[in-house]
Design a protein around this ligand. Structure first.
Ligand SMILES: [Zn+2]
Length: 307
């Protein structure tokens, strides 16, 4: 049986929120089979638990935000991406403020935390959402066109194309494909950082956003070039970060997907719209388990290494 996974032990980190600039402590803890990933605001007078789901996503303007009543958890996508990449099904995420820490702006720090705690197999079958028919969302046309699509595929692969008109982006790859069966999430995707332009950062700061952002947790560009002294981590770091984000956004559906995802200029809003479209069309998917691990897509049976 292909089994569900959680952590072997708990792990803890401290950082700041990208948008709020607030100090936040985060504790990742093991959870029982079928718990899913549950965020817990332990700073509130009464602890509020928010289980991930497509419907819990209430704001997608700059990051993916989950809400329940007045309680929010901002910027969940990089941690969710690390959980998707390492195949963690069940996890409690305790936080002491409303935003997940940005750490180094990629998913690499979360991968390190999860692997340090170690991944443990649980005695329950891993349940996948398997695409049976294509699902697509689309907006705009010409220069504003964007779309995202899920199609049947025995495995999980993503392809993303960006279209940024900027000298630093034009000279790197605008399109990338990643297959979870043949690639390495930790090596190929997890280290790609979020990115922004100085002119947008100034505007966001004036509106009380990006207060925790800077050169140590983002790629920052002016009109001509990358300002980070060390340059890029991958030649195509920009589009790889979009794959990283998409993996996090899509994992908010609550189960791993067996699908091929492709997108053009998509973002948090469109990725969530795609999940809602998927859930609204029950003839397009079913839920499957693998009693025989050999029937599962290549590479899905091995849990991430513990250190
Ligand atoms: Zn991101």
């Amino acid at each position: 049986m292909l089994k569900q996974r959680t952590l072997k032990s708990l792990t803890h980190a401290v950082g700041v929120g990208l948008h709020s600039g607030q100090r936040v402590e985060i504790t990742l803890r093991p959870a029982a089979p079928d718990t899913g990933i549950v965020f817990r605001r332990v700073d509130l007078p009464q602890v509020v638990e928010i289980a991930v789901s497509a419907e819990a996503v209430t704001d997608t303007r700059l990051a993916s935000t989950l809400s329940k009543g007045n309680a929010k958890v901002l910027t969940v996508e990089h941690l969710m991406s690390a959980c998707a990449g390492l195949g963690v099904d069940n996890l409690y995420v305790d936080i002491t403020a409303e935003e997940i820490p940005i750490l180094d702006g990629s998913a690499a720090s979360f991968v390190f935390l999860l692997q340090s705690a170690g991944v443990e197999l649980q005695n329950a079958p891993r349940r996948f959402i398997r695409l049976l028919k294509p699902v697509e969302v689309r907006e705009g046309s010409g220069p504003t066109e964007k779309w995202a699509r899920l199609e049947p595929f025995h495995g999980y692969k993503l392809s993303f194309e960006i279209d940024f008109n900027h000298p630093a982006v034009d000279s790197t790859g605008q399109r990338v494909e990643f297959d979870l069966s043949t690639g390495s999430y930790s090596r190929d995707i997890a280290r790609a950082r979020t990115f922004g332009f100085t002119k947008d950062v100034e505007m966001m700061r004036a509106n009380g956003l990006a207060l925790g952002g800077g050169l140590d947790n983002a790629i920052v560009m002016d009109d001509y070039k990358v300002l980070n002294a060390d340059g890029l981590r991958y030649d195509d770091e920009f589009v790889k970060h979009k794959i990283l984000d998409a993996m996090g956004d899509l994992y908010l559906v609550g189960k791993p997907l067996l699908a091929s995802y492709s997108a053009f200029r998509s973002g948090h809003a469109m990725n969530n719209k795609l999940l809602r479209e998927l859930l609204a069309h029950q003839d397009c998917w079913d839920v499957v388990t693998f009693e025989d691990v050999k029937q599962a897509p290549a590479g899905f049976a091995q849990p991430a290494r513990a250190w």
